[in-house]
Every structure is written in structure tokens, then in C-alpha cells.
Design a protein around this ligand. Structure first.
Ligand code: PDD
Length: 278
């Protein structure tokens, strides 16, 4: 499994980063996860655009041009023995001489890319749906940055696992935000409800795809603040991410979503459109 680290291609197992790297000591970095279908990166330009936005937000320059990223990703993807992949890309502020929260005068970013097999959710999960728990969103106020400092997200996702669930749905001040590692949509009376992108949620690439597909196929959509109550009383809830695609949430906190507690008709349509499109 080939990886890329600071200008070199090498076996993943041999990739090493100094312990003084700010990514290691502070989680001072940003990342992307890009799905690859049959060795074809999906929505690469959009992922690179979001990476640039994350880097700008943490005051790091984009270390490589889009053409260079593309070349690196193509080479790693070609070298892998699996067809469907999940490319992981990370840029940290690099090493520091002494531990110091403030930035080094001159940062030398650590640039890392690897690939793993993409295991999309089994048919079972789509047919029966997944269960989720809810939690108050206790993360910071810059969740629009795809930061590697994911402690809160890890604790929130583990909370779901501890309850035998697949995801934690986050609410803040009475509003639906997103999942621990996904965006969340609601469907009510045939209308798709999507929380407006702001600094409290990650602007998901899959989120954008879902909204585009809804527009293309004439599914009525409202992009607006979604109340916690609306989410809890929705006919359908979906989670979306690059690795999970679109999944139906059929239980939230031991309560059925919608009447049936089964995947709804809008989900089935959207899933079909997504598979056709990807
Ligand atoms: N996570 N919100 C959060 C907090 C996320 O971590 C993710 C994705 C998303 C969905 O974004 P996208 O559709 O661009 O994948 C929303 C990735 C997959 C991860 O951390 O592994």
C-alpha cells in the first residue's frame, strides 16, 4: 500500500512523522477523505477546494497545486490492489523545535496521503436502516474547518457505538447541526430539509451531491435552520458522508423515525439517484 509523505512515495508501513509535529502534539492540521470508485476519484475538485478553504482558515498556504495533488492521488490509487478506495489526505503545520502553541516563524507543513479500501455500507443497512443516538453538540464553533483535531467527534461517535448505534446526531441550541462524522438531512411531508451551511457544521461534499440530485430530480428542498423538534418528528432522517454515501436513520434515541421505523420512499429514491450518479 503506497503512501505519499513530504515529496516521497513509500510503503505506508514505512511512513514516519517526527513526534514534534504539530499534528501529533496539537492536532494542528486539516484533512480530506475522498471516495474513489473503480479507481476514479469522486468529486476531487470539490474536495481540493474544501481543503484550500480549511487551510486558509488555519492560516496555512496550500502546499501543492491541484495538478500536483491530482498526480499524487492518481499514483497512489493506481498502486493499490483494490478498486474502490478511500483516499486520506492530511496537511499539518509541521514540526516545531520546542513545544509552543504559537506558530513557528516559518512553518514547513507535513503533507501526507494514503489510501484504504472503501467499504460502502452493506445492503442490509440500507434495507433496514441504522439506529442513532442524539447528543448536545459540545464541539467548538469552527466545525466548518475539516480539522484533524477530532477528539470531540471521536467521543461523540463512540457514544453511538456504546449504545449499539451507528451515529450520533448533534443538536445545538434547539437546532439540528450534523452527525459526529456525517451530515444529517430530514424529510417532512415530501420536503427535504437541509441545515444551512455555517461555521457550526462541515460543508459536506456528499451534502452538496444530495442537494444537486434533489434539484435535478425535482425533490422539493428547503435549505434552512432545522429545529430539533422538526428533526425528531421527521418522516425520514438520513446521514451522508463520503464513505457512508447516504444511509437512512430509522431509530433516534430508541424512538422510531417516521411512522414505520423503516427506510422511507424519499431515501430509496435518493439512494438510487446517488448510485446512478457516482
Ligand atoms: N467525515 N460532518 C463531519 C463532522 C464529518 O466528519 C464528515 C465526513 C461529514 C461529511 O462530509 P463529506 O460528505 O464531505 O464526507 C460531515 C469523513 C468521511 C471522515 O472524517 O472520515
Amino acid at each position: 500500500n503506497t503512501a505519499y509523505l513530504n515529496g516521497e512515495f513509500l510503503p505506508l508501513a514505512e511512513a514516519r512523522v517526527p513526534v514534534m509535529d504539530r499534528g501529533f502534539l496539537f492536532g494542528d492540521g486539516v484533512y480530506e477523505v475522498i471516495p474513489v470508485y473503480s479507481r476514479r476519484p469522486f468529486r476531487l475538485a470539490e474536495h481540493l477546494r474544501r481543503l484550500a478553504a480549511s487551510l486558509a482558515a488555519i492560516r496555512l498556504e496550500v502546499p501543492l497545486a491541484d495538478a500536483e495533488w491530482t498526480h499524487i492521488i492518481e499514483r497512489i490509487v493506481a498502486a493499490a490492489e483494490f478498486q474502490d478506495q478511500s483516499v486520506y489526505l492530511q496537511v499539518t503545520r509541521g514540526p516545531m523545535a520546542v513545544r509552543n502553541h504559537a506558530f513557528p516563524a516559518v512553518a514547513t507543513p507535513t503533507v501526507f496521503v494514503m489510501t484504504e479500501p472503501l467499504v460502502t455500507p452493506p445492503a442490509e443497512l440500507r434495507e433496514h436502516g441504522i439506529a442513532a443516538v442524539s447528543a448536545a453538540d459540545n464541539r467548538w464553533h469552527r466545525c466548518d474547518i475539516k480539522a484533524t483535531s477530532l477528539l470531540a467527534n471521536c467521543l461523540l461517535r463512540q457514544r453511538a457505538v456504546d449504545h449499539g448505534c451507528a451515529e450520533t446526531v448533534l443538536f445545538r441550541d434547539g437546532f439540528l447541526i450534523e452527525g459526529a462524522a456525517s451530515n444529517i438531512f430530514a424529510v417532512k411531508d415530501g420536503v427535504l430539509l437541509a441545515p444551512i451551511k455555517n461555521h457550526l457544521m462541515l460543508p459536506g461534499i456528499t451534502y452538496d451531491v444530495v442537494l444537486e440530485l434533489a434539484a435535478q430530480h425535482g425533490l422539493p428542498t428547503q435549505v434552512r435552520d432545522v429545529l430539533e423538534d422538526e428533526a425528531r418528528n421527521a418522516d425520514e432522517l438520513w446521514m451522508t458522508s463520503s464513505t457512508k454515501e447516504v444511509l437512512p436513520i430509522v431509530m433516534l434515541d430508541d424512538r422510531k423515525v417516521g411512522a414505520g421505523g423503516t427506510p422511507g420512499p424519499a431515501f430509496k429514491q435518493m439512494y438510487g439517484w446517488y448510485q446512478q450518479f457516482k
